[in-house]
Ligand binder design. Structure first.
Ligand code: ZN
Length: 254
């Protein structure tokens, strides 16, 4: 089965539609989302509608949690964005549509299984809020060990907006270090996939990121796509509640 893994869309509709168009050309059996559909970006409602229509399921990210329940450990710009995002859903005039969206958001799960993969937004031990950074592979061997202890076999997570593969050596492999951006794994390997971010990449590459898992060929392929960043930046600048920085950072991929 070929599964497209998307994550951290953050209300960026231009990035999401670009990624979905690309996925549609690559004979994929299903699409899954690792959370943070909204928060930061100018089109949270449209992104939620597209994810609920196109994805098998989506997980609960910290920003989904922030808009739905309450922002936790957010800086000022992120908290302002969370309250603005919540207000967009509250302002929906069509009651049926509003109800459907809240039901979809309320049904997001913090963790689930996809075959042998444990799927979370944050980390396998703290699925909503904990970060697993590339540097942890070098600087935090104890944290890596504890996190890998929570994984039945393989795992996938988002949240850092940095794509790559974590192994239990421990090590981290960005897509650029892989042969043709593709990771070949074996049955008894232990690793965590991070597909990167669709709507707000933070690895200094502003292009949208996602991955395709083929669990018959045992491969994980990473993809990067240009999209209309300027259009999203302009929309963000036009919304007073969204900090201009949220638009500017998209240009730099950070
Ligand atoms: Zn995120």
């Amino acid at each position: 089965m070929r599964t497209a893994i998307i994550s951290d869309i953050h209300g960026n509709l231009e990035a999401l539609t670009t990624v979905l168009d690309d996925i549609d050309r690559r004979s994929v059996d299903q699409i899954i989302s690792l959370g943070d559909i909204l928060g930061y970006g100018p089109n949270p409602k449209q992104c939620v509608d597209l994810v609920s229509a196109r994805c098998e399921w989506s997980l609960l990210g910290n920003h989904d949690y922030g808009a739905l329940y309450e922002p936790t450990n957010f800086n000022k710009a992120a908290e302002d964005a969370a309250f603005w995002t919540r207000a967009q859903f509250d302002a929906e005039e069509d009651e049926e549509i509003a109800k459907k969206r809240w039901q979809f958001l309320g049904g997001l799960r913090p963790r689930t299984l996809l075959g042998d993969f444990l799927c979370v937004h944050g980390t396998p031990r703290k699925p909503i809020n904990e970060y697993l950074f590339p540097d942890d592979a070098i600087n935090s061997p104890v944290k890596m060990k504890q996190i890998f202890a929570h994984i039945p076999k393989y795992a996938m997570s988002g949240h850092t907006h940095v794509p790559g593969i974590f192994t239990d050596e421990p090590d981290f492999y960005p897509p650029d270090d892989l042969d043709e951006f593709s990771f070949q794994y074996m049955d008894d390997d232990h690793f965590i996939i991070n597909p990167g971010s669709v709507g707000q990449p933070r690895d200094l590459d502003p292009r949208s990121s996602y991955a395709i898992l083929d669990d018959e060929k045992f491969t994980v392929e990473f993809f990067r796509l240009d999209y209309d960043i300027e259009a999203v930046r302009e929309k963000i600048h036009a919304i007073p509640e969204l900090s201009n920085w949220l638009g500017d950072r998209l240009l730099e991929g950070r």
